[in-house]
Ligand binder design. Structure first.
Ligand SMILES: Cc1cc2nc3c(=O)[nH]c(=O)nc-3n(C[C@H](O)[C@H](O)[C@H](O)COP(=O)(O)OP(=O)(O)OC[C@H]3O[C@@H](n4cnc5c(N)ncnc54)[C@H](O)[C@@H]3O)c2cc1C
Length: 366
């Protein structure tokens, strides 16, 4: 029986811990946050993510998320709308991630919360409380870099700042957004808006540094953004967090390079970062969690896993980056919304092509 040490209790860490425990191993998972917490994320859970969760015995429906079956793209006053080729769920990371860690613990994983890993020293995981474990090391710290293991941002889009705020729904807002995820592309960024459980709306957006600097503050940026037709419905909405959550320097387009001899298993955002508008980062984190557990249990080397994961997700990441770069120009944005409004099937196809393929999900056992 192995005792792998998993660093990070997001979806990648929670899923690999669950599956390893189900396979008879005794993983230890270290999560720096002491309890359930909000995370910066659009909270659009794709069907592939739900399938991966179901395959490890986790029923996401019991968390009561919002049903999403339509996608709307707004650019200025123009809108393209299409049915998604699947049903997705709007669910908060606060409840999803905490429930998954409980599920991992029930399967037999040891979950240690409130422990921050400092670095990895020749295969040993070093924390403030000393070294932990002697088994294989799984790095699942998501958006956060671990000292000595930072991802190389070369060639990625890393100049965006992310913001997330919840708003209280009203009957009018619920009617306007029922069943839909909306993406509003604007000068210097884009925003996603959708319902999640508990009578809340999630607004999650990315802006480049220049646009944020021009605005000068979150308040000024938000005031400018609600003048966009796609976001105008939030003008009088009540924010629920005292301050929005923020993140910077996410290396969009990053793909970990498999290296023979690297002893570390890299999962989730530490392995691949897909642009947020795709809403597939969570599915990729769960996909990697499943593959890593099965390959580790079967005696594979980390670089073989890394190569397999890269094969499964690299086309999607590259296509999404190309769309993001195209939509980054004003002409590109307007051409995109005009084309997608004229051919709504293309919007559904784009949503399908930027996801982990159904066949790859099935091959991974979900
Ligand atoms: C703005 C934005 C919007 C997004 N919207 C969506 C969306 O709508 N749908 C979607 O599918 N994906 C979305 N994503 C992507 C998605 O959030 C990530 O792909 C996903 O969370 C990756 O999961 P993970 O487990 O790798 O990392 P995370 O969820 O980031 O979890 C990592 C965990 O590691 C812990 N940790 C970090 N450092 C340490 C340490 N040193 N020691 C111990 N613990 C540590 C953290 O506390 C955290 O709990 C979005 C991302 C961004 C930035």
């Amino acid at each position: 029986m192995m005792q792998p040490v998993i660093i990070g209790g997001g979806l990648a860490g929670g899923s690999v811990a669950t599956r390893l425990a189900q396979l008879g191993h005794a993983p230890v998972l270290l999560e720096r946050e002491p309890g359930a917490h909000d995370k910066i994320c659009g909270e659009f859970l794709s069907v592939e993510a739900s399938r991966h969760l179901a395959a490890i015995g986790f029923d996401v429906a019991r968390l009561g998320g919002a049903r999403i079956d339509t996608m709307r793209l707004h650019v200025g006053g123009r809108t393209a709308e299409a049915r998604l080729p699947f049903v997705a769920t709007g669910i908060t990371r606060r409840s999803l991630d905490a429930a998954l860690l409980d599920h991992a613990a029930a399967a037999g994983a040891e979950i240690r919360r409130g422990i921050s890993v400092r670095h990895i020293d020749e295969g040993r995981v070093v924390t403030a409380e000393g070294e932990i474990g002697r088994g294989p090391v799984i790095l699942a710290t998501g958006k956060h870099e671990l000292r000595g293991e930072a991802r190389d941002p070369a060639g990625t889009i890393a100049d965006l700042i992310g913001f997330k705020q919840f708003f209280r729904t009203t009957p009018a807002l619920s009617r306007a957004l029922a069943g839909a995820v909306t993406v509003t592309a604007f000068d210097g960024g884009y925003a996603g808006l959708q319902c999640v459980e508990g009578g809340r709306l999630n607004l999650c957006l990315l802006v480049d540094r220049a646009r944020f600097k021009g605005a000068g503050s979150w308040e000024a940026l938000f005031a400018a953004l609600v003048r966009e037709p796609g976001l105008a419905l939030l003008a009088d909405a009540e924010p629920l967090l005292p301050r929005p959550l923020t993140i910077a320097a996410v290396p969009y387009g990053y793909l970990a390079t498999p290296a023979a001899g690297d002893p570390i298993w890299r999962l989730g955002d530490q392995a691949a970062v897909i642009p947020s508008f795709c809403g597939d980062g969570m599915a990729m984190a769960l996909h990697g969690g499943r593959l890593a557990a099965d390959m580790l249990a079967a005696g594979a080397a980390p670089h073989h896993f890394q190569a397999r994961l890269r094969r499964d997700v690299s086309r999607q990441v590259r296509l999404a980056i190309a769309v993001q770069r195209f939509a980054g120009t004003r002409a590109g944005r307007f051409a995109l919304v005009a084309g997608l409004a004229a051919v709504p099937a293309a919007l559904s196809a784009l949503a399908r092509w930027t996801r982990v393929e159904t066949s790859a999900v099935a091959r991974a056992g979900a």
